[in-house]
Write a protein of this length. Structure first.
Length: 119
């Protein structure tokens, strides 16, 4: 099983980035997908979430209206379009997949990609 993130980098405040996470080794279309982020010295927090079909999304209040999560089940890929970036968006961004099977949750994490917002 692999979740491979890409698209991170250094961007100026007000700029945009699009993160991608490509999955392999499991049935991507049956998993809810999420993006989390972790800034230095802080806990990992949920940024955005999308249902297995893409029909439902959730966002952290801090990114609503600026970030958009989407997925392409044919490509086993989930995206995070980040616009109007702020310095406080600087963090390592992680891709996360989960699915409930009876009473258990099966989940996978990616290795993370660094996003730095700075002038």
């Amino acid at each position: 099983v692999q979740l491979v993130e890409s698209g991170g980098g250094l961007v100026q405040p007000g700029g945009s980035l699009r993160l991608s996470c490509t999955a392999s080794g499991f049935t991507f279309s049956t998993y809810r997908m999420s993006w989390y982020r972790q800034a230095p010295g802080k806990e990992r927090t949920l940024v955005a979430q999308i249902s297995s079909t893409g029909g439902s999304t959730n966002y952290a209040d801090s990114v609503k209206g600026r970030f958009t999560i989407s997925r392409d089940n044919a490509k086993n890929t989930v995206y995070l379009q980040m616009n109007s970036l702020k310095p406080e968006d600087t963090a390592v961004y992680f891709c996360y997949a989960d699915r409930k099977v009876l009473s258990e949750t099966i989940y996978y994490w990616g290795q993370g990609t660094q996003v730095t917002v700075s002038s």
